[in-house]
Ligand binder design. Structure first.
Ligand code: GLA
Length: 394
C-alpha cells in the first residue's frame, strides 16, 4: 500500500473507532542491523539502519487523562484504555504495555501528561521478525508525548527514555541499539554507534546495484528473551573476571582482539570465554566493516557479515537451525555478497546483501531449500532505508 492509501484507510478506521477526526499523523520505522550484534550491551559498536517498514499512528487529543489505543493489526484486542498516571505493567493490556511504559518513564522523569489521547496504530513490520516493532512503537509514543506537551526533548533523550520503558516497565533487558536506530535513522544511511559513549556518525550506504534483503525465518515462539538475559549475564561475569587483573576496564568493547587473546585465560568458564570473545571480535569486525564499506569494498563488507554469523553461531550460540539454514543457503547463491542473522537471534530474520539481478533467483532458491529442510516457508522484504521517527502529513 502507498502512504496516501494507508493514511486514508487509517483515517476512516479512526473515525469509526473514536467517533472524531484525527489531528496528527506519525511514522516510526523498524530497524535492521547490518553488523555489530550483541555488542551494544557490551559497550561496543553497532551499525544498524532504520527501514521503510514500521508503525503509523493517527492521534487526537482528549480532554480527560485517559488514553485509548487501537491497533489495526490486532483487532481482537479491541480498544485498550489506560490512565496517563500511576501506570503498572498489565499483561491483559498486551501490546499497549509498550506505550504505557513510555508514559510511565516520562512521568517518573518529571514529564507528567496533562491529558490523554485517542491513538490508532497500524504496523507494516512482520510480527516476530526481529525488526524491532517494540522499539518502533516506544519511540513513536515518546515523540507523540514530546510534541503534545511541548517538552522539547531531543531525539537522543527520547531514545534513552524509550529504552528505559522497555527495561524497567516491560521488563526486557535490551541494549540501546534498537531505539537508537529507530529514533535516529537517516534515509540512505546506516548509523555507526559507539554504545559505550553514544557517539555516533552516519555512513552513506552506497550499495550500487545491490539491495538489502531481509529474510524472515517465520519461526514461531522463540524463547529469545530468557536466553538473551543469560548471554548478558555471561558477558558481565567474564568482564568482572577480567577486571580483577585490569581494574580500569569498563566494557568488553574497549578491548582489541589481541588484548583479549592475552587476557582470555583469566575467564575461567570456557563458555563465558567464548561469549566474551564474540563480543570483542564482533566489535572489531564492525569497525573493519564500516571502513571497508566507506572504501567502497562491498565484497569485504560481505565477508565480514558472514564472519559475524559464524561467530554468533559458534561462540555466542544464538542462531539455531532456522537462521543457520537461511544463511548457509544464501552463502551458496550467486550474487549474494554477504548474509547473517540480524537482531537478538534464535528466530527472527537474516540480512543479506544481494545483487539486484540476483534477487529473484535468491528468493526462489532460499524458499525452496529452506521449506524442504524446515517444513515451512520463509518470507522476504527488500528494505528501503528510512529516516527516524517523525510527524508526517495527515
Ligand atoms: C536485540 C536487543 C538489542 C541488541 C540486539 C542484539 O535486538 O534489543 O539491544 O542487543 O538484540 O545485537
Amino acid at each position: 500500500m502507498k502512504l496516501m492509501e494507508i493514511i486514508q484507510e487509517m483515517r476512516s478506521v479512526f473515525e469509526k473507532t473514536f467517533g472524531k477526526e484525527p489531528a496528527r499523523a506519525y511514522f516510526s520505522p523498524g530497524r535492521v542491523n547490518l553488523i555489530g550484534e550483541h555488542t551494544d550491551y557490551n559497550g561496543g559498536h553497532v551499525f544498524p539502519c532504520a527501514i521503510t517498514l514500521g508503525t503509523y499512528a493517527l492521534v487526537a487529543d482528549r480532554e480527560d487523562n485517559v488514553t485509548r489505543m487501537y491497533s489495526m493489526n490486532l483487532p481482537k484486542a479491541g480498544v485498550v484504555e489506560f490512565p496517563m498516571t500511576g501506570l503498572r505493567k498489565d499483561p491483559a493490556k498486551d501490546w499497549a504495555n509498550y506505550p504505557m511504559g513510555v508514559v510511565d518513564v516520562f512521568e517518573k522523569a518529571g514529564h507528567r501528561a496533562s491529558h490523554g489521547f485517542d491513538i490508532l496504530v497500524y504496523g507494516t513490520l512482520p510480527a516476530g521478525a526481529g525488526l524491532s516493532s517494540s522499539a518502533s512503537i516506544e519511540v513513536l509514543m515518546s515523540v507523540i508525548l514530546n510534541e503534545a506537551f511541548g517538552l522539547d526533548l531531543d531525539m537522543v533523550e527520547m531514545v534513552k527514555l524509550s529504552q528505559r520503558a522497555e527495561n524497567q516497565f516491560v521488563g526486557v533487558n535490551c541494549g540501546i541499539m534498537d531505539q537508537f536506530a529507530v529514533g535516529m535513522g537517516k534515509k540512505d544511511h546506516a548509523i555507526l554507534l559507539d554504545c559505550n559513549t553514544l557517539e555516533y556518525r552516519y555512513s552513506k550506504l552506497v550499495l550500487t546495484g545491490t539491495s538489502i534483503v531481509i529474510t524472515n525465518t517465520n519461526k514461531p515462539h522463540s524463547l529469545a528473551s530468557s536466553a538473551y538475559n543469560v548471554r548478558r549475564a555471561q558477558c558481565e561475569h567474564a568482564l568482572n573476571e577480567l577486571k580483577e587483573i585490569r581494574p580500569e576496564l569498563g566494557a568488553l568493547g574497549e578491548l582489541s582482539n589481541e588484548e583479549f587473546e592475552q587476557l582470555a585465560g583469566h575467564v575461567t568458564e570456557v563458555l563465558e570465554r567464548h561469549r566474551a570473545r564474540h563480543a570483542v571480535f564482533e566489535n572489531t569486525r564492525t569497525l573493519e566493516a564500516v571502513k571497508a564499506l566507506e572504501a567502497n569494498d562491498v565484497a569485504a563488507f560481505g565477508r565480514l557479515m558472514n564472519a559475524s554469523h559464524y561467530s554468533l553461531r559458534d561462540d555466542y550460540e544464538v542462531t539455531g537451525v532456522e537462521l543457520d539454514t537461511l544463511a548457509e543457503i544464501a552463502w551458496g547463491v550467486e550474487g549474494v555478497i554477504g548474509s547473517r542473522m540480524t537482531g537478538a537471534g534464535f528466530g527472527g530474520s537474516t540480512v543479506s546483501l544481494v545483487k539486484n539481478e540476483a534477487i529473484e533467483g535468491f528468493k526462489q532458491q532460499v524458499e525452496a531449500e529452506y521449506t524442504k529442510k524446515i517444513g515451512y516457508a520463509p518470507s522476504f522484504v527488500v528494505a528501503g532505508i528510512s529516516d527516524g521517527t517523525r510527524r508526517i502529513e495527515l
